[in-house]
Every structure is written in C-alpha cells, then in structure tokens.
Design a protein around this ligand. Structure first.
Ligand SMILES: *[C@@H]1O[C@H](CO)[C@@H](O)[C@H](O)[C@H]1NC(C)=O
Ligand SMILES: *[C@@H]1O[C@H](CO)[C@@H](O)[C@H](O)[C@H]1NC(C)=O
Ligand SMILES: *[C@@H]1O[C@H](CO)[C@@H](O)[C@H](O)[C@H]1NC(C)=O
Ligand SMILES: *[C@@H]1O[C@H](CO)[C@@H](O)[C@H](O)[C@H]1NC(C)=O
Ligand SMILES: *[C@@H]1O[C@H](CO)[C@@H](O)[C@H](O)[C@H]1NC(C)=O
Ligand SMILES: *[C@@H]1O[C@H](CO)[C@@H](O)[C@H](O)[C@H]1NC(C)=O
Ligand SMILES: *[C@@H]1O[C@H](CO)[C@@H](O)[C@H](O)[C@H]1NC(C)=O
Length: 337
C-alpha cells in the first residue's frame, strides 16, 4: 500500500478520535476521608473514556445495577481495592473505563459501608440517578466504622497530578484473570513469559523492567512490524510506547495493560532497535499444534531481523520530500486539537 494512503487513513483516524472522544475525570475518595465519586455521574458517548482517579484512602470502582446499587453485578467490572496513603498528594493511580455503548452503567465502592453512605456513580443514568442514589443509601447491611465521619466532596485537583500511566490499574471483570508479563530486566531482552494462554475478559499487564522497551501489536507474518504499518485498513494495534527504566530502579515499574477481547491469537514485539530480531516477541493464544505456533513466530522474527521503525513514521526514505507535507499536516492537526 502506498504510504500516503496509509498516512491519510491514520490522519482520518486521529482527527476522528480527537474530535469525538472526551476523557471524563472522576475523583474517587480524596482528602479528609471523602466517601464520594466526584462528579457522581457523567453523560458519555461511544468512544469516550471515564478515568477514575483514586485518591486517599482505600476504595473500589465496582459495577452494580440500578435495582441493587450496593451488590456487584455478576460478570461486572471491578477495580479491586486501591489503597492510597493519606500523605500522598500527587501521582494518584487511575483506571480507564472505555465507553462502548450508550446503556446506563451503575457503580459503587464496595469498601465497608461506603455504598450506604452514598458512594455511587453512574454513566448515562438518564432520569434515574436520584432513584439509584436513594436506593444505595437505603440498602441494608451497612456496617458502621467510626473512622468514616466526613463525606465532604474533594476538590478535583489538576489532572497533572495524576499518574502518567493511566493503564496502571485495569478495571477487570470480576471473573477475569490478570496476567503479568515482565518486559526486559537487567541483561534480559525478552518478555517473561513470552507465550501465554488467556481467556476473553482477562487482562495482561506488562511490567517494564530495565531498560528501554515497548510492547507493540504485530502479526504472525511480519512479527517485527506494527499492525498499523502492515494492515491495508490502517488498523491500529496497541502500542505501549517506549518505557525507559534505569538500572537502579527496583520498584514502581511502569506498566501497560491490554484487554483480551476475543480468542484470536495476539502477536506482539518490542520495537527497540534490534530487539525483535533477537527474538523479543510475545504471543497470546498461539495454537501450539499448528504452523502458527510461538516457536515459528519467534523464528520468523529472527529470520526477518525486524524493522524497528515506529508505526507513525514508516515512510520509505526515498519519499522524504513528499513525506514532509504529510508530517506537517499531522503536526498542524495535533496543534489544532
Ligand atoms: C483496603 O481495604 C480492603 C477491604 O476492606 C482490605 O482488605 C485491605 O487490607 C485494605 N488495604 C489497605 C492497605 O488498607
Ligand atoms: C445527563 O443527562 C440527563 C438527562 O438525560 C440530565 O438530567 C443530567 O443533568 C445530565 N448529567 C450531566 C452530568 O450532564
Ligand atoms: C528509548 O529508546 C527510544 C528508541 O530507541 C529512544 O528514542 C529514547 O530516547 C530512549 N529513551 C531513553 C530515555 O533512553
Ligand atoms: C481490545 O479492545 C480495546 C477497545 O476496542 C482496544 O483498545 C484493545 O487494543 C483491544 N485489545 C487487543 C489485545 O487488541
Ligand atoms: C510450529 O510451526 C512450524 C512451522 O510453522 C512447524 O514446522 C512446527 O512443526 C510447529 N511445531 C509444532 C509443535 O507443531
Ligand atoms: C508456548 O506455550 C505453550 C503452552 O504453555 C508451551 O507448550 C510451549 O512450549 C511454549 N512455547 C515456547 C517456545 O515457549
Ligand atoms: C541483524 O541485525 C544485527 C544488528 O543490527 C546485524 O548485526 C546483523 O547483521 C543483522 N542480520 C542480518 C541477517 O541482517
């Protein structure tokens, strides 16, 4: 495919998402023992994201229903408990909820009696928000803890104080498994483990260790090329971007999380120079008994020795002159949004 067509497709995709998508920032908890979601509801459209920012103390975001606000929805979403120390004032952990349909969605915090204290949240509640809030407050089984005396809403602090890695805490289905993959490490150029099985609804969290890696979606046939540069439809696969981790770092490694949406194999690689060609590839649900098995994928990566060019700057050098206007157009677009 001609590179200009690829770039136009990419520009269209960028302009589309840039215009349509809103990130709603919802503060969970906060200073002074706040037992609230702030704001308590949002009206979102498809493509938007609700970003839960967990502040002080120890809350969850758990999906429920209009009828039973304080009970988990079977197969619903759940962040798990996210404790944040009273002394922490920035770099708060966050979790993203992508909005894929317009149906109402109901949430609560399943800590102690927080739900009964009114700690509930809704996406697209229509006219039912007050009913949902009232049902939460009147639902039984409230356990009283003396510590929770204040329900003051926190001020929504500046987004710049949030953790930069918003995918650090996946909202996972309560029946899903989170698989942890270590990326790199001292003198290690590999994903560990490099080859897993996962079910639909599971999540995979890549934890970046030393030194400077990515995890980038590719395809079986071209293991060392980003999906966006191989697909004729301009399909964008996931890409963590480069995560540099100094040799001295021993904790709080950066992470990147993907959701397993279907049973198809997922192929990925590190796009740092030479890493893919050295076999730094990763697969989910490769069929070991077939020809597209993990060993064959890794062998192909080594054989092709990888192209490690980032997905958005894939133009051949020979076309450099006509590539410049396209790049300028891209940067103009970025400035406009
Ligand atoms: C957070 O709350 C849960 C549930 O009450 C509890 O099991 C967990 O120990 C708490 N974590 C911290 C760090 O307080
Ligand atoms: C969301 O829309 C409803 C009407 O459907 C409206 O009553 C409510 O005020 C809106 N909420 C927000 C947060 O904009
Ligand atoms: C990580 O690697 C990328 C690609 O090689 C490079 O552009 C970037 O500067 C590196 N980051 C650091 C902090 O070394
Ligand atoms: C799953 O779907 C989401 C939303 O459409 C997408 O961002 C993500 O990349 C998909 N996961 C994989 C492994 O392709
Ligand atoms: C893996 O695939 C290769 C070729 O793609 C094949 O030669 C090999 O037998 C396969 N391995 C298994 C265990 O089936
Ligand atoms: C990939 O995973 C399968 C299933 O766990 C295992 O049988 C196979 O040996 C692995 N292949 C490699 C090359 O690690
Ligand atoms: C693979 O890449 C390495 C590092 O750039 C290079 O030394 C080597 O010659 C390459 N191998 C082939 C077959 O191109």
């Amino acid at each position: 495919m001609h590179y200009l067509a690829v770039i136009s497709t990419f520009l269209l995709a960028v302009s589309h998402t840039a215009v349509a998508a809103t990130i709603f920032r919802v503060v969970v908890g906060g200073p002074d023992g706040a037992v609230t979601f702030n704001p308590s509801s949002v009206n979102a459209t498809i493509g938007d994201t609700v970003r839960f920012v967990f502040q002080q103390k120890n809350h969850t975001v758990t999906q429920s229903s209009l009828e039973t606000p304080c009970s988990p929805l079977p197969d619903g979403l759940d962040s798990g408990f996210i404790p944040v120390a009273a002394t922490q004032t920035d770099n708060f952990p966050s979790a993203d909820l992508p909005i894929k349909d317009l149906n109402p969605k109901w949430f609560y915090c399943r800590q102690a009696n927080h739900c009964q204290l009114g700690m509930v949240f809704a996406v697209n509640p229509g006219s039912n928000l007050a009913q949902f809030q009232a049902a939460a407050k009147s639902s039984g089984a409230a356990t009283t803890t003396g510590a929770l005396t204040t329900t003051t809403a926190p001020s929504t602090t500046a987004p710049s104080s949030d953790a930069t890695n918003t995918a650090s805490i996946p909202i996972i289905p309560t029946n899903g498994v989170n698989h942890k993959i270590i990326v790199g490490g001292l003198n290690i150029i590999a994903f560990s483990p490099s080859n897993i099985s996962a079910a639909v609804g599971d999540t995979i969290t890549f934890e970046f260790h030393q030194k400077n890696h990515t995890v980038t979606a590719s395809s079986f046939d071209t293991p060392c090329r980003a999906l966006s540069s191989t697909s004729t439809t301009g399909q964008l696969g996931f890409d963590s971007g480069f995560n540099f981790v100094d040799a001295s770092v021993t904790s709080n490694f950066p992470t990147f999380t993907i959701a397993v949406n279907d049973t198809n194999p997922i192929w990925a690689y590190c796009r740092q120079v030479n890493h893919c060609g050295q076999g730094m590839v990763f697969a989910v649900n490769a069929v070991e008994s077939g020809s597209k098995n993990f060993s064959a994928f890794q062998a192909l990566a080594k054989q092709q020795n990888g192209t490690t060019i980032p997905p958005t700057s894939n133009a051949p050098a020979a076309h450099a002159t006509s590539y410049v206007p396209a790049l300028l157009a891209f940067f103009t677009l970025v400035l406009l949004v």
